[in-house]
Design a protein around this ligand. Structure first.
Ligand SMILES: [Zn+2]
Length: 285
């Protein structure tokens, strides 16, 4: 199971390995300065490859339990998900995944030399970059992961060319990023982003952007929901629940990102279509 977040003892917050990369060695002092996100567990975690320069990494940067020091506690959210997953695999030999969490989210990081040939990759015309041929991205590094990792890489280096693949189409991250006040009102793919609040309701987490959107000349609040029932079907349900609980318990806004291509209008709200946990990101401001 992929550990998306670990608690940084240098920063006192949960971060991704890609974020750690951008802060090492200035703010993150050592690959060992991480522990489990579960406040009771706090098992030691290592950020593998953090101290190696990017070009020398044979495997991608990732968090790993330093199990020789101490394992997770029995009730830790990460351990519960690991236990649940191994049970599921032994029960289900077909190993078919039908959870939304497993829906593929693929992104490509283009090598630095492509910066010299921007015409090949960058497109100012919306939606045109899906014409980029698969062959032209052969040399790129391909990742499967979460939108939050892509955003962290982009924040670390805004000049880095990143291609995101959704429904077999390739998009340059720059043409997907749409600040929420510039809501397009179309059914195309966008990464809507802006400051917003995460609130907890009985049956769902309710995410509301602070800035309004204009749609058919009327002002709306943009929002989306993550139903608790949805989380319960996921293989990482305990870890995801823990993260959303933490985020919703702190009363401060976050920088919110959601990759979506649909919405519904409902009274004063534009409800953006939530596509799964891999398709949204909540970043501390
Ligand atoms: Zn743990």
């Amino acid at each position: 199971m992929k550990i998306l977040h670990a608690f940084s003892t240098d920063l006192n917050q949960d971060i991704t390995a890609t974020k750690a990369d951008s802060l090492f060695p200035e703010k993150i002092k050592s690959p060992q300065n991480f522990v489990c996100i579960d406040e009771v567990c706090r098992a030691p975690i290592t950020c593998v490859n953090l101290a190696n320069p990017a070009e020398k990494r044979k495997r991608v940067l990732h968090f790993k339990l330093s199990s020789e020091l101490r394992p997770h506690t029995k009730d830790c959210c990460v351990q519960k998900d690991i236990d649940g997953q191994s049970k599921k695999i032994s029960r289900n030999t077909n190993n078919h995944h039908n959870t939304n969490e497993d829906k593929e989210f693929i992104f490509h990081i283009l090598p630095d030399d492509t910066k010299n040939k921007p015409e090949q990759y960058s497109n100012n015309n919306l939606g045109s970059s899906h014409l980029i041929k698969e062959t032209s991205i052969k040399k790129t590094s391909t990742h499967q992961g979460y939108l939050e990792e892509v955003i962290d890489i982009f924040h670390n280096n805004p000049n880095q060319q990143i291609l995101i693949k959704v429904e077999k189409k390739l998009f340059n991250i720059q043409e997907l990023l749409t600040h929420i006040p510039n809501f397009q009102g179309d059914k195309q793919w966008h990464i809507y982003h802006g400051k917003g609040w995460i609130n907890k309701k009985e049956d769902k987490y309710y995410i509301k952007f602070i800035e309004n959107v204009l749609y058919h000349n009327l002002q709306y609040t943009a929002s989306f929901f993550i139903m608790k029932n949805f989380i319960l079907q996921l293989t990482s349900k305990n870890t995801i629940q823990k993260r959303l609980e933490k985020l919703s318990n702190i009363s401060k806004p976050y920088q919110i990102f959601i990759l979506t291509n649909n919405f519904k209008e409902n009274k004063n709200f534009i409800n953006l279509d939530f596509k799964g946990m891999r398709y949204c990101a909540f970043i501390e401001i």
